[in-house]
Design a protein around this ligand. Structure first.
Ligand code: IPE
Ligand code: IPE
Ligand code: MG
Length: 258
């Protein structure tokens, strides 16, 4: 049985988030410049977007550039920014052909003007698509997102639009850049690093985490399938006990049978 056939299509995660890491080391291991790694990382993005769409995944969030990445050497930042914008621009026809809608989360105010324009154009051009939602985390960091959410809630409290006594999880959710998306059930990080690096800290509360030593430019559909198969073997307890979950499942089956 192929890896793809081993996936239980009735229990797919609806939202997968990926920290695409290891481009620089992949290139340096080959005696090349770090940008060479980013360039090859684009092929992995294409492959994984295609693989996710084929499976019927509803949301795919890709961490492409963190707010901390602005502190990298200027040549790398500029090269990476140009590559990202150029790729997004070039891929619009393919996104449309495959009914994929592009979204962007992050601090857009940090982006150069040409990047903002190209992104807005791509967002508009794919806005009517109803298949896979491809969320690019660009100039994104979770602490930035949470701080701006708290700030905006504060402003709305001041305007009398929000009663502080009623603020709950749903309120906060509405002020996050991810308000239109469900929380990811599966988070994958490539390149053998075991950390979150300021990515979706709040939204990953109950996500299953999957780490692989594969560098991002080598990551392909087969690796995605392996991650999903691993995810499907796990018991997601959400604070309950294993036997409680089994009781709930039995009750659910009985309801179905009656
Ligand atoms: C991930 O690869 C891409 C970005 C962070 C933009 P890296 O550039 O972090 O590659 P490594 O981790 O240094 O190998
Ligand atoms: C996280 O990778 C950000 C992206 C993949 C875009 P980094 O390479 O920047 O993370 P650290 O510095 O190793 O934690
Ligand atoms: Mg890295």
């Amino acid at each position: 049985m192929s890896l793809k056939e081993q996936i239980d299509m009735s229990r797919l995660p609806s939202h997968i988030a990926i920290i695409m890491d290891g481009n620089g080391r992949w290139a340096q291991e080959k005696g090349q410049d770090r940008l060479y790694g980013h360039f090859h990382g684009v092929e992995s993005v294409r492959n994984i977007v295609e693989g996710s769409a084929e499976l019927g995944i509803e949301y795919l969030t890709l961490y492409a550039f963190s707010t901390e990445n602005w502190d990298r050497p200027v040549t790398e930042v500029t090269g990476l920014m140009e590559l990202l914008v150029e790729t997004i621009r070039k891929e619009v026809p393919t996104l449309n052909k495959n009914n994929i809608r592009l979204h962007v989360i992050g601090d857009m105010s940090m982006l150069p003007e040409y990047a903002k324009n190209a992104l807005n154009e791509a967002l508009e051009m794919t806005a009517v698509n109803t298949g896979l939602n491809l969320v690019m985390a660009l100039s994104y960091s979770s602490r930035w997102e949470l701080v701006q959410a708290v700030r905006r809630i504060g402003e709305d409290v001041k305007k009398g639009l929000v009663d502080p006594d009623t603020i709950n999880h749903d309120t906060l959710q509405k002020y996050l850049t991810t308000s239109a998306f469900p929380d990811p059930q599966l988070m994958i990080r490539t390149s053998g690093e075991f950390r979150i690096s300021n990515f979706l800290l709040y939204q990953l509360a109950y996500a299953e985490l999957y780490f692989t030593s594969i560098r991002w430019p080598d990551f392909r559909k087969e690796h995605l399938y392996e991650a999903i198969i691993d995810y499907q073997k796990r018991e997601r307890r959400f604070g309950k006990t294993s036997s409680q979950l089994q009781d709930e499942m039995t009750a659910g089956t009985e309801t179905l049978n009656n």
